[in-house]
Write a protein that binds this ligand. Sequence first.
Ligand code: AGP
Length: 617
Amino acid sequence: MCGIIGYIGTKQALPILLEGLRRLEYRGYDSAGVALVAPDPLGGEASGSKIFTERAAGKVSELENKFIDNNLPGLIGIGHTRWATHGAPKEENAHPHGDCENNIAVVHNGIIENYQELKNELAARGHKFRSETDTEVIAHLLEDEPKELSLEKKLMNILPRLVGTYGLAVIDKNDSKKIVVARLGSPLVIGIRGSEFFIASDPSAFISQTREVLYLDDGEVAALSPQGIEIIEKGISKNKQSELLEWSAEKIEKQGYPHFMLKEINEQPKVIEDTIRGRLEEKDGLAHLGGLKEAEEKLRKIEKIIIVGCGSALYSGKIGEYIIEEYAGIPVECEYASEFRYRKPVLDDSTAVLAVSQSGETADTLAAIREAKRKGVLTLGMVNAVGSTIARETDAGIYNHAGPEIGVASTKAFISQVAAFALITLFLGRQRQMSAVTGVRIAEELKTLPEKISQIFSQKEQIESIAEKYAKFSNFLYLGRKYNAPIALEGALKLKEISYIHAEGYPAGEMKHGPIALLDKNFPVVAIAPKDSVYEKMKSAIEEAKARQAPVLALTTEGNNEMENLADDIIYIPKTLEMLTPILSIIPLQLFAYYIAVSKGYDPDRPRNLAKSVTVE
Ligand code: AGP
C-alpha cells in the first residue's frame, strides 16, 4: 500500500523524509520519491523558491543512491512509496508528481476514479502529462487555480472535482513556507514536535521523531506552516486535540494487530469495496473492466476458458470455474499451473487461458502463461501486484486492488480474486445470455458483502474459543460442495500452512469413496454447509461423519437452527447469493486457522518452509 511522509521545520528535510520512507517499506511498494521546496540556489533572493524532486523505481535504497553526491536542500518536503494501482512501477509513475511548470509537487494515496475524464479536460486545455497515474491530475488542477490564492485555498477549490479516495500532501513554490494536506478515505496523520510538523499515512513513518499526533478525518484539509497548524473543514477553521501515541513502530505497522495476517483478515470489507470500486454499473448489471477492453471482441468469441494458478489462487480459480460456467455459460477448466505446463493441453483460438496470481511472479503460473502464448491463445491475468511479470506478459487482465498482502497465508487477496471472478462473469455473461435482471442481482449483492463480512467478525470471540477447543487435534477433514468445495481446499490449506496440522480438503461427495475411513473421535470434520442448493447433501455428510464419532464444526447460514442438532460446534454466516457464499464462508476458516496457529505459539506471518511468492519451480 502507498506510504506518505512529509516534514516542515527547522532541520534539513531530506534525511527525515528518507528515514520515513524506510519505515514505510513494510507496507509494500515498487517505487519511491521525494520533493522539497527551497530557495533557488542559482536564482538569488529575487527568484524565490524552487521545487526539487527525485524519484526511483524499486527500493528506497535506489532513491537514496541518487543523493550520494547531491544533497537536496530545504526544510520543507514530502515523500512517497508507491504501490502501483494505475500505471506500471517505473520512475515516471513514481510520486511526487508535478504540474507543467514544476511549481507544485503532490503525493497521494487512494484512487481518483474519474482521473481519465479530468486528464482529458486538462489535456484539452494544453496540459502536458508525464505519467500514467491518476495522481498527476491533482497537480495540473492546482496549476490552473489563480496564482495569488493560498495553497490551501487552491486545494479546497479543486477537491470537489475528485471522485474517489485520497490522502494527499502538496507543496507549492509560490506559497513556499507550507505543506497542505487533505484526507478523504485514505488515512493521514500529523506529527507535532514544538514548531516542527510531520505528516504521514501512518505514524510509524515519524514515530522516531515524535509521539504527539493529530489524526485528520475525512473532509478535512490542514495547512502546516511556521505559524502552526490550521485545520479546515468545509472552508471553516476548526480546532482538534492532539494525542500521545503509546504504540511502538512495529505495532503501528500492524495498526495495532498482533500479526499482518489478522490485520489483512480485518481489511477484507474494504478490500471488497476496493475490488469492485468504479467497476459496477448496477442499473444495467454490467461490469466495466478497463483491463479487458482491448480483448473485448476476442472475449465475445471465446468458447472455453482454462484457469491456471497455484495454492489459494488456484482455489479461487476453481470457484471462478463454477461461477463462469453457471452464469456466463462458457466451459471452463481450472488447472494446477504446475501441471498445465507439462501436459499437452488442447488449445485453439477459441480458448483463453486466465492466470490468477496475487504476486504476479509465481514461476509455475508464469510458465503456464508462456506455454499458452507459445500456442498463440489469448492470455489473461488476474493479478494483485501491478506491473508484475504475469501482469505484463498477459494480453489483458484485471488488477485486484487488494493492496499489498504481507502475510504469507493469502486471505484478502483470495476473497478479492473471488469477487473479481464475479466481475469477470458479469462482463462475459452480459456479452452473452445473462439477463439484465440477473446482472443487477449479482451487482447489488456484491455491494452488500463488505457489511456481511463485518457481521462475521462479531463472532470472533466464539471462533477463537472453538479454535482453542479444536487445536488439540492432529488431523482435520474439510468438506464442501459446489461453490464451497474449493473453500474446503482453501480452508484446509490455511490450517496446514500456518499451524502445521494435517488437514485435507475434499468435495463432500468424495467422502464415502475413501476419506470416511479416516474418521473417528480424533479426526474432526469441518463442514461448509450454507443453506443452498446442495445443503441437504451436506447434511447427509455431517450425519455420516457423526455416525463415526467424528467431532463436527459446521458453517451454516444464519437462522438455520436445525444445525444445532447435527453439529458439535457451529459458526454462522449471513445469507447471500449461492455463487458469493465462498467470500463469506472462508472468513471464519481464516480466523479458525489463525487462532489455532497462535494458540500453538506459531507466527502466522512467517510460517516455516514457506515464501510469500514462489518464484522458483
Ligand atoms: C496461500 O496461502 C499460499 N501462500 C500459496 O498457496 C499462494 O496462494 C500460492 O503460492 C500462489 O501465489 P500467487 O497468488 O502469488 O501466485
